[in-house]
Design a protein around this ligand. Structure first.
Ligand code: RUG
Length: 839
């Protein structure tokens, strides 16, 4: 159902009325909310005033949507995720509301620039990368598809760190996203819940003579919800992002304070608030920190209590909870929800174990996002027992009943029991969270076809054998609203002028662009869009680096977290090789290229930080060498985040998706690039496989080993030294780095990286090197044929329908959640003019 309310009028009179109202809104907000005269306001004041004015225009839809969540017929998705990387809100809300043009005119008539105001927003970086950004895309699609949903997560006071590059090294700075004020959230203090920690459990007999267990926590903390409305695209449905913030149950211990122990008095408050203070910045690397465990439990407990409260508002008991809520566990971070819900059902609502287990196992579904063993969460039994003693008891009971089932199914097979147990007993005892999630949920999914296949055949093979129907695939997707309409307005306009704007909500319609590859006028316009996008970024960087970047060059881009498995160093070896070839032969027939990198390294990941240093060191040498710098340049864009992504994806010619096959679960950057008309150079890994299938092999630059070849090589015994010794180009590139050419003669600086490649090479960089270099040669040749390149780029974008998050969410609804759209009716309620009476 499309919204047809007054916020999106097209007539000229209505437009100018709305603009007048908007301008009045800005002035009111400045005066009453910010407490400044418009002429004295700062840019931040203006940003807040514009945002509050826009937020006002969401309220009718928001409140109507909240009411409809409480309708018995609507089923709700509870999306539990420790990360939501939402990106800036203002611009996105303007687009989804259809108010961009009006607000930008109103802002302009106030003598301001909408772009400046939009750019002023501090983005809420409450995620590390792909996983958190996926959650944000899914919230956008859930609302746009009119599926009632609540995203539950953590309101970290400090999100992802800001990255600065100092002398080529990454430096981490605290992110202060809340400092300028967050106009998008509503604090809901009356929905506060309490969460326990530590303590012990005890048995008791209730009033009816039943034996029961209760948890006596050693301490309590309050969870305060902050609600952010999540708009759908041009529909009335507004979903909810509910993020929890921790507070001490009482703000001060006056007894301690009165006896002069000020520090003791505030201690409890400080400890409580630490829980939601900071996002752990490790991507795909599990570190068993107790605070992290409690963060996970805290937000999960708050969220489950919240859903139970909503349910009991409508129904007399929790018997039919799975009919009202489908709860998705985004990775294992929220897997502690399984024993927590059991605890709530058994200890608090007095269900029997069997009945409780039936409810739980019809409620949860689990998404796995990784195959990397180091990313799989497992908590030391001792730690979990200390922090959550009742939950450990419940986990043991779940495990014992589950292993009985395994023993019946596979009599005498002790090995399968050991492998499938929730408790890893191979050394120090651990709780395997993935096993808990698999056992406690009714569905498990991987995030790309290859990933799901590998889960079935390797990582979760025992579970797949036991429950063949439980494990399915839902390939990831990204929202075309943010990643095309918002970030690439030139391209969006061109596409809409050619095929109408239906593609924004049905990305498969982009297929209608296919015949246009033979229309020279359209192709020229397409090239112009790309050129203009590239020129924008050149202009931006010319401030920092001088006018050195050439928009006619190929923009070859790798932006993502810095990780060895993603192989930024493979890209670097090719750059060094190209540099050497250009030095040796100034007439080398290759197109000019700018290699662009961006991404953060986990602060404790030394090798990833060294890779950043190497990128910058190579950039320093190459960019200042007049022999090559008109044809080869290297750029590291600091602090890659959603906002910078808005600029980067639209300007790329070439997208680097070069992880070792079998390591990247899906990837989503690969989709954003292709949608914006970049061609991919990639391995058969993650969603690359499906992208290649969709765009057709001839429109994709494939290189490297496939998963089977990787496995075979590993089994046969991989020896990177032999490859090094046999490949002159590779040897020369590695030697140039090793001999200090990029480190002012320092031979030690990059030695750990070189040694890792030569003596270990866990991600088989050297094995894929020659195939990569050959493929890059082909890329260069095709790029010089502009018509061919343009045609391939258009076909890439045209065939991206599958990778809209709308398709992914439709798959989840059909395959897993069994939920249908529930359009919100917009019943406009006028606010009472003459006051009101409290009922
Ligand atoms: O590394 C994966 C990406 O391949 C994937 O696209 C993304 C969303 O599914 O999730 C990433 N991921 C995995 N982030 N954290 C993990 C660790 O569990």
């Amino acid at each position: 159902m499309t919204r047809t309310n007054t916020t999106d009028c097209s007539s000229h009179t209505n437009d100018s009325n709305n603009i007048k109202k908007l301008k009045r809104g800005f002035a009111y907000k400045l005066f009453y909310q910010q407490g400044v005269w418009p002429q004295n306001a700062s840019l931040n004041d203006y940003y807040l005033a514009v945002s509050y004015t826009v937020r006002d225009r969401m309220q009718q839809m928001f409140l109507n949507s909240i009411l409809s969540l409480q309708k018995k017929e609507s089923k709700i998705v509870g999306y539990l995720s420790a990360e939501f990387l939402m990106g800036p809100h203002l611009h996105n809300n303007l687009i989804n509301l259809g108010l961009y043009d009006q607000v930008s005119r109103a802002v302009e008539e106030c003598g301001l620039d909408i772009k400046q105001i939009i750019d002023h927003e501090e983005e809420p970086g409450l995620g590390n990368g792909g996983l958190g950004r996926l959650a944000a895309c899914y919230l956008d699609s859930l609302a746009s598809l009119q599926i009632p949903a609540i995203g539950y997560g953590i309101r970290y006071e400090f999100g992802m760190f800001d990255q600065e590059i100092k002398n080529g090294w990454q430096k981490e700075l605290g992110d202060r996203w809340l400092q300028p004020g967050n106009p998008w959230e509503f604090k809901k203090a009356d929905l506060t819940v309490e969460v326990g920690a530590r303590g012990h459990t005890e048995q008791y007999t209730d009033d009816h003579g039943n034996q029961r267990v209760r948890w006596v926590p050693g301490g309590m903390v309050k969870g305060i919800p902050y609600d952010t409305p999540v708009l759908g695209y041009r529909v009335n449905n507004v979903n909810l992002l509910r993020l929890w913030s921790a507070e001490a149950p009482k703000s001060f211990d006056f007894d301690d304070f009165n006896v002069g122990d000020y520090q003791g008095a505030v201690h409890e408050k400080i400890m409580a608030e630490t829980i939601t203070k900071v996002l752990y910045p490790n991507d795909e690397h599990f570190r068993g920190k107790e605070l992290r465990l409690f963060q996970q439990y805290f937000f999960v407990s708050c969220s489950m209590q919240d859903m139970v409260r909503i349910h009991l508002f409508m129904f007399p008991n929790l018997d039919n909870f799975p009919d009202k809520f489908a709860v998705q566990l985004n990775d294992t971070h929220p897997a502690i929800a399984v024993p927590e819900f059991m605890r709530l059902l058994i200890d608090v609502h007095h269900y029997s174990w069997e009945r409780a287990w039936d409810i739980v196992t019809h409620t949860f579904a689990y998404t796995n996002h990784t195959l990397l063993p180091e990313a799989l969460e497992k908590w030391p039994v001792a730690m979990l027992g200390r922090v959550l003693p009742r939950h450990l008891e419940i986990i043991y009971e779940i495990n014992s009943r589950f292993l009985d089932l395994v023993r019946i199914k596979y009599p005498g097979d002790v090995d399968v029991v050991r492998r499938m147990s929730i408790i890893d007993e191979s050394g120090e005892r651990y709780v395997r969270m993935a096993h808990l999630a698999c056992i406690g949920g009714y569905a498990i999914n991987g995030v790309a076809e290859l990933h799901t296949r590998l889960l079935k055949n390797h990582t979760l093979t025992d579970f797949h054998r036991l429950w063949p129907d439980k494990l399915t695939n839902v390939t990831n997707g990204v929202t075309p609203r943010r990643w095309m309409v918002l970030s690439n307005p030139r391209l969006a306009r061109l596409i809409s002028s050619a095929i109408g704007d239906g593609w924004i909500t049905n990305l498969y319609k982009l297929r209608e662009l296919e015949p246009m590859v033979d229309d020279p006028v359209f192709c020229e316009k397409w090239q112009q869009v790309k050129f203009d996008n590239k020129q924008d970024i050149c202009a931006m960087f010319s401030c920092a680096y001088g006018p050195m970047f050439n928009p006619y060059a190929m923009f070859d881009v790798q932006v993502k977290r810095i990780h060895e498995y993603k192989r930024q160093h493979l890209n670097l070896l090719h750059i060094v090789n190209l540099y050497q070839r250009l030095k040796n032969n100034p007439n080398l027939d290759v197109p000019p290229r700018i290699f662009i990198f961006g991404g953060k390294a986990a602060p404790g990941y030394t090798m990833a930080k060294l890779i950043i240093k190497l990128i910058n060191s190579i950039a320093e040498v190459v960019n200042s060498d007049p022999d090559v710098n008109t044809r080869l340049q290297v750029l590291f864009i600091p602090n890659f985040n959603v906002q910078i992504g808005h600029m980067v994806y639209p300007m790329a010619d070439l997208s680097e998706q070069i992880s070792l096959a079998g390591k990247e679960a899906s990837g989503t950057g690969n989709m954003k690039f292709s949608m914006n008309g970049a061609l991919t150079i990639g391995t058969l890994d993650g969603a690359n496989v499906e992208i290649r299938e969709e765009v057709a092999p001839e429109n994709f630059f494939l290189f490297g080993m496939d998963v089977n070849e990787v496995q075979e090589l590993g089994t046969a015994g991989y020896d990177p030294q032999t490859i090094y010794n046999q490949n002159e180009g590779l040897k020369a590139a590695i030697n140039l780095i090793a001999t200090g050419h990029f480190s002012h003669g320092d031979r030690e600086l990059f030695r750990p990286l070189i040694d890792s490649l030569l003596y270990h090479d866990p991600y088989m960089v050297l094995a894929d090197y020659q195939s990569y270099v050959d493929c890059q040669q082909k890329v260069g040749e095709v790029f010089q044929d502009t018509r061919r390149w343009t045609k391939m780029a258009i076909l890439n974008a045209a065939r991206m329908g599958k990778f809209s998050s709308d398709r992914s969410i439709a798959d989840y609804c059909r395959k897993i959640w069994k939920i249908k759209p529930f359009p919100v009716e917009l019943k406009l309620q006028q606010l009472p003019e003459n006051g009101f009476k409290f009922p």
